[in-house]
Design a protein around this ligand. Sequence first.
Ligand code: NAP
Length: 364
Amino acid sequence: MTDLSAFSLEGRTVLVTGANTGIGQGIALAVARAGGHVLAVGRSAMDETQAQIAAIGGRCTSIQADLADHRAAVAMLDAAWATHGPIDGLVNNAGIIRRADSVDLSETDWDEVIDLNLKMTFFLSQAFARHVLASAGRGRVVNIASLLSFQGGIRVASYTASKHGVAGLTQVLCNEWAAKGINVNAIAPGYVESNNTTALRADPDRSTAILSRIPAAAGDSRPTLAMRRCFCCPMHPATCTAPSSLWMAAGSRGDPMTQLFAQPNDGKVTQLNGSTRRVVLHLPELMLVEFTFEKGGIGALHSHPHIQSSFVAEGVFEVTIGDETQTIAAGGAYIVPSGVTHGVKALEAGKLIDSFTPVREDFL
Ligand code: NAP
């Protein structure tokens, strides 16, 4: 239970739908590795997931439920809250895909996909939020969107529509609930080995075509690794306050955030006095920047109108925000509201990952 200590979920309970296989299983393992209690929900037995979590000394409770009917899904969540609550995080992962030419796609294939991928995601999130708000607690929702939340794909009309819907839903729920203590984010995976992509992977022409569009296609596309890279960040209490909150785990190979969505100047490195700044990624409303500090390096006191959320990835920093100074070690995080004076001193060599919204044009 050590390799995700920087993103500890110790003492937290996270409900993951579709946790018996694929990406959901990877997420369940990531939560357990971070110390969280997993409520593994799905229509199939969770034996394999439970065994894998038990093998790393984690805690997993299996809940059997067919989520195709959103009322049954809500009843499951209410019962889970009553038995295991409070629940700190909800991962809307369960999803299906139907492949057919758009001229042939049946009404059933439309309805079943939209009902599970989109309708269930909304009503489960709503049920979760009602509990969190009633208990005056804090909550995290992570929706599993898709690269097809941004693209069209082919032969997957209902799936693409559902995942565009999930992206929009993520943003509206984030806008409504962020100030009430519930952060809503989405991870948008690309091409991950799972039952979802069995048909594609069995078609060498399509598979080769897809892989050729992934810049770092030599990596590992197993869901566990992909999710370990990207999952715990949005689940972490201090991250993702940005209004636009889609996290793209797009390629699931290599470093997808920097490679598939690279903008001009992403990767730009600037040497500062005592630190190095690297622009990891910038989107219209969000920027990720890595600062590598040598011991004693100083980020001088300054302020800006951007909202900043910072994660201490390595080392120990003395952080001043307004009138307060605190020491924050690897795994800790802090938020700087718009316009507040702040600065850091590296007590050891270390690394900060800062997100800014909107984009810091002065870094480009
Ligand atoms: P997967 O292995 O097929 O997993 C889908 C999960 O959803 C399974 O646990 C499945 O349970 C569950 N599920 C389906 N229908 C259900 C129902 N009616 N009630 C309860 N659970 C149900 O595929 P995956 O790739 O891991 O998919 C997980 C999520 O990632 C989905 O939302 C998918 O759209 C998304 N995604 C996948 C990729 C990719 O490349 N694989 C890319 C982008 C997004 P059963 O095993 O019982 O069917």
